[in-house]
Design a protein around this ligand. Structure first.
Ligand SMILES: CC(C)(COP(=O)(O)OP(=O)(O)OC[C@H]1O[C@@H](n2cnc3c(N)ncnc32)[C@H](O)[C@@H]1OP(=O)(O)O)[C@@H](O)C(=O)NCCC(=O)NCCS
Length: 200
C-alpha cells in the first residue's frame, strides 16, 4: 500500500525523527561529578561567568564586581572544596562545563530550629545550556543527597527579584517561608528563604 499524505504526517521517516540539521547539535546527556580541589580553577571560572551572566545588568556593577572578587576567587573556592561539609557537583555537556551545584551542611536558617538540614547554596547553569534539564538533574542530586543523609529539610536563599529561579524552585516543590537580608557588595538585598520538606 502506498503512503498517503496523512500517513506520512503521522509516521515521518525515522531518519527525520532522529537526525539533526548540520547546524544543530544533537542534545546529549550531562555528566555530573563531584568536584575535587585540583579543579578549583575551572570551577571558579564557571562560578564567576554564571554569576556575572545572571546578575549583570540587573544590579549595581560595582557591587557585582566586589562580590565576585571576594566570594568567587580561585583561592576561596579551593578552600571551600577542602572544607568538610561542602559539596560541589559539576555538570558537563559534551565535555564543556555547563553548570554546578554547591551544597553545604554547616548552616541553619531562621525558621528551621531542629532536624538535619541541607542548604542548596548555589545552583547555576550557563545561559546557553539552560532549559535542557541540567538544573533539574542537579536539583535531583541535592534532594537525593538530603534523603540519603536522613535530612528533614532542604533550604535555600534566593534574591526576591529572581523570579525565574523562584519559579524553578517552586516547580521542584520548594515553598517560600521567610524573608532574609543578603549582603551583596555594599548593599543589602531582600531575599526569600525557601524550603523543601523531605517526605519519608
Ligand atoms: C534556575 C536554573 C538553575 C534552572 O536550570 P535549567 O537547566 O535551566 O532548568 P531545567 O532545564 O532543568 O528546567 C527545569 C524545570 O523547571 C521549570 N522552570 C524553569 N523556570 C521556570 C519558571 N520560571 N517557572 C516555572 N517553572 C520553571 C521548567 O519548566 C522545567 O520543568 P520540566 O522539567 O517539568 O519541564 C537555571 O535557569 C539558572 O542557572 N538560572 C540562572 C542562575 C540562577 O538564577 N540560579 C539560582 C540562584 S538562587
Amino acid at each position: 500500500m502506498r503512503n498517503s499524505g496523512l500517513t506520512k504526517l503521522f509516521h515521518p521517516p525515522l531518519e527525520r525523527l532522529f537526525s539533526f540539521p548540520p547546524t544543530m547539535k544533537a542534545p546529549s546527556t550531562p555528566t555530573i561529578a563531584r568536584v575535587t580541589a585540583r579543579e578549583a580553577g575551572s570551577l571558579a571560572a564557571l562560578a564567576r561567568d554564571s554569576f556575572l551572566e545572571t546578575y549583570g545588568g540587573r544590579t549595581d556593577p560595582d557591587n557585582l564586581r566586589l562580590y565576585v572578587d571576594t566570594h568567587l576567587t580561585d583561592e576561596r573556592i579551593r578552600t571551600e572544596l577542602e572544607t568538610p561539609g561542602f559539596d560541589f557537583q559539576l555538570a558537563r555537556l559534551a565535555d564543556e562545563p555547563a553548570g554546578y551545584l554547591k551544597l553545604r551542611r554547616d548552616r541553619r536558617p531562621k525558621g528551621i530550629p531542629e532536624g538535619n538540614c541541607l542548604q542548596v547554596e548555589r545552583i547555576y547553569v550557563l545561559r546557553r545550556f539552560q532549559g535542557s534539564g541540567i538544573g533539574s538533574t542537579l536539583m535531583d542530586i541535592a534532594l537525593r543527597s538530603a534523603r540519603d543523609a536522613g535530612d528533614s529539610v532542604v533550604w535555600l536563599q534566593v534574591w526576591a527579584q529572581n523570579a525565574e529561579a523562584i519559579g524553578f524552585y517552586q516547580s521542584k516543590g520548594f515553598r517560600i517561608y521567610e524573608t532574609a537580608a543578603f549582603e551583596f557588595g555594599n548593599e543589602r538585598t531582600e531575599d526569600f528563604l525557601m524550603r523543601f520538606d523531605i517526605p519519608y
